[in-house]
Design a protein. Structure first.
Length: 221
């Protein structure tokens, strides 16, 4: 079995100490590995690719909470709208509009996180500060009916891929401050998804309450 049980138990405990949810990132991993963690009581799993997610959803127990953590294309939303638990990487208003449309077709509201670009790398997706503020103002406008079938639950961000821990910490700290500004305005805005295998401990220290861990649990892909 490829799952590192010792690492899983340690990270689960670290997350619990910070009242954080551990999302086990299972992309490219076989159904057997996911089932193994499921049998241990784990329910939150993250996937990056729609086709792979659909195959796993169909093959595994239906009480799994599936998190879509990759860059989601608007034309793929319809394939996961019926069952997805949380979409982490909403990085454009176009995508949010499509999620709302497909959620309405499935007679449900889909929980989403807005992705904020905090890294200094150009390859990362997400809103900048001003774009985020503008979108949130629009969503919170009581006269707006554009997003009745989406629920904005919080923010997500990825720090720079860097050995400079203080740089990573500063980026997480910036995202936490943005999160708190909105969290104080809405009790339902209560998820801050930041931190992966290489930096989750810093993320937890800086206020993350949801971490996305793959390689530490399942080994390198």
């Amino acid at each position: 079995m490829a799952t590192n049980i010792e690492a899983y138990n340690k990270i689960k405990q670290q997350a619990a100490e910070h009242n954080a949810v551990l999302v086990a990132v299972s992309k490219f991993k076989p159904i057997e590995d996911i089932q193994f963690l499921y049998d241990m009581g784990h329910r939150d799993f993250g996937e990056n690719f729609v086709q792979e997610l659909i195959l796993k959803y169909e093959a595994l127990p239906k009480d799994i909470r599936w998190h879509y953590i990759g860059h989601l294309q608007s034309n793929k939303v319809k394939y996961i709208a019926a069952f997805i638990h949380l979409i982490h990487g909403v990085d454009s208003e176009k995508l949010l509009t499509e999620i709302n449309k497909q959620a309405a077709k499935n007679n449900r509201a889909i929980d989403c996180l807005l992705q904020v670009h905090i890294a200094q790398e150009e390859t990362k997706f997400g809103f900048d500060d001003s774009e985020l503020l503008e979108l949130m103002k629009h969503i919170q406008d009581t006269n707006s009916t554009n997003y009745k079938n989406v629920s904005i639950r919080g923010l997500m961000g990825m720090a720079s891929f860097s050995d400079d821990k203080e740089k990573v910490r500063d980026e997480f700290r910036k995202l936490f401050q943005l999160y708190k500004n909105f969290n104080l305005q809405s009790s339902g805005f209560n998820i801050l998804s930041m931190g992966m295998s290489g930096d989750f401990e810093i993320a937890l220290e800086e206020g993350s309450n949801m971490v996305r861990i793959g390689s530490l649990l399942f080994g390198a892909r």
